[in-house]
Design a protein around this ligand. Structure first.
Ligand code: UTP
Ligand code: MN
Ligand code: MN
Length: 448
């Protein structure tokens, strides 16, 4: 029995799940219809996303409800849609306001979640805010995928999630559900997709329907490692969110999996903890609080990721060796950056390598004078100038280096959204997740 045959039954949605989600949809649809009548807004309430396309996974308790509205315009969507949705749904269900290019809301009920997205139908397919393409996506995928291929999509989505590259949000910069569907349409199956991916050398250009202008697209998406021409909009790259890093993660995972398939590549079959010892390292943590609920998650994650990158550069320039860095947020009030380091304190002495003896004299002199002024020294070690200096105490501590960074302007993206911060650095403990960042699919190589 192949790994895929083993995993697939775990991924198919259950009848109970589908019936609960349908009833949830009916509840929302009814509330919105009532509201639309009262305000004389005309249009349709429709089910989109993976539930409508038949590619939903068994542990997904989310539906996508799109309101295709006739007598509203883009101005209404930007300014009034939010209030409309909160008033229509908010008196019965908890509603959270979200943004992508436009406001939409997320409604929750007993662990289920619905994204409710208003769209101006009259605004034209390509001139609106992006969301009006979704019904076309649903239609396209439905016309191209039979039940067998929907299974193949489920395998690919679970694989992408398992290796941490599922989702087009800023936080992941990976593969959306729609992109996974397009890859299955194009390559035919999960295996065939992996076989092709394992040979990918970016930039990759894929045109499932053969409708794109390659020159135009490669120019428009110059920085994209992957271009997949959207079958419903030939000028759009359906893979625009995919970062180089996500792409390479997928290529590596595809190669490893084809070599030795293992259930741990699939999110549904991953163990909650791995049989790996925590590394004897140190964890530097910067935890900050702020009012995040009102901010678009994409902007919160964007700032967090940029801040982490700048903190990393700061620490590295001071001599810290960084093994791994993770960012977290509840998108509500807290964000954190966690860094696995070889040490929280650097040694008292810092060794510096100088220019080679044959290089120009000015550089050599500068090196020597600098070391001497720093109460250090300089000498020849083989054919190279070498020096050393006492490291100032303030530069020895990862905590102080982080505080220094926190009060510098390069930490602004973080402080603007979450100004109250605390910093700590502790030896790795029992909590072995951040202390051994090996993901399950890589750890699967350990088995006999
Ligand atoms: P989803 O992210 O819910 O994807 O977006 P999905 O295909 O249903 O897959 P899973 O199973 O939930 O992971 C559904 C549709 O909504 C549109 C996208 O175009 C997608 O086709 N969408 C999503 C937006 O227009 N705006 C958003 O902010 C998010
Ligand atoms: Mn969805
Ligand atoms: Mn959604």
């Amino acid at each position: 029995m192949s790994v895929e045959d083993l995993v697939l039954p775990l991924l198919r949605p259950t009848r109970l799940q589908l019936s609960l989600l349908s009833r949830f949809y009916a509840t929302i649809s009814r509330a919105i219809h009532r509201c639309m009548r009262a305000r004389r807004i005309r249009g349709d309430v429709t089910l989109q996303g993976s539930f409508a396309k038949g590619t939903i996974l068994s542990d997904k308790w989310e539906i996508d409800v799109f309101l295709l509205l006739d007598n509203v315009d883009l101005g209404w969507l930007r300014k009034e849609a939010e209030q409309f949705l909160v008033e229509c749904l908010g008196h019965r269900l908890p509603v959270v306001i979200k943004y992508s290019q436009q406001p939409y809301v997320s409604v929750s009920l007993m662990g289920m979640e619905a994204d409710v997205v208003p769209v101006a139908r009259g605004a034209g397919s390509y001139r609106g805010l992006g969301a009006e393409r979704t019904p076309l996506h649903t239609e396209y995928v439905r016309s191209r995928l039979d039940e067998h291929r929907r299974d193949e999509v489920r395998l690919l989505k679970s694989f992408l999630r398992g290796i941490g590259v599922y989702g087009a949000e800023t936080r992941t910069r990976g593969f959306s559900g729609y992109l996974a569907e397009l890859l299955i349409v194009y390559y035919g199956s999960f295996r065939e997709t992996l076989r092709n991916v394992s040979r990918w050398r970016p930039p990759i250009y894929i045109d499932p329907e053969g409708i794109g202008d390659r020159t135009f697209m490669t120019r428009k998406y110059r920085d994209s490692p992957l271009i997949v021409v959207d079958p419903v909009d030939p000028q759009r790259n359906a893979a625009a969110a995919v970062s180089r890093n996500s792409l390479e993660t997928l290529v590596l995972a595809a190669r490893l999996y084809l070599e030795k398939p293992h259930p741990w590549f699939f999110h549904i079959a991953q163990p909650s903890s791995l049989p790996l010892p925590p590394l004897p390292g140190w964890l530097l943590r910067i935890q900050c609080r702020g009012a995040l609920a009102s901010k678009p998650p994409d902007s919160v994650w964007g700032r967090l990721v940029r801040s982490a990158r700048s903190l990393r550069a700061h620490l590295e320039s001071r001599g810290f060796e960084i093994a791994h860095i993770t960012v977290e947020s509840d998108e509500y009030r807290s964000v954190s950056i966690t860094i696995l380091l070889d040490s929280c304190r650097l040694p008292d002495m810092e060794v510096t390598r100088g220019p080679s003896i044959t290089s120009d004299l000015r550089r050599a002199t500068r090196f020597i004078v600098k070391r001497l002024r720093e109460s250090g020294g300089a000498w020849l070690d083989g054919r190279r100038l070498t020096g050393a200096r006492p490291r100032p105490w303030i530069r020895r501590s990862a905590i102080l280096a982080s505080l220094e960074w926190l009060y510098s302007s390069s930490s602004l993206p973080l402080r603007e959204i979450a100004p109250e911060c605390i910093v700590s650095c502790r030896r790795c403990g029992e909590e072995n997740k951040p202390c051994n960042p090996t993901p399950p699919w890589i750890a699967s190589l350990l088995r006999a």
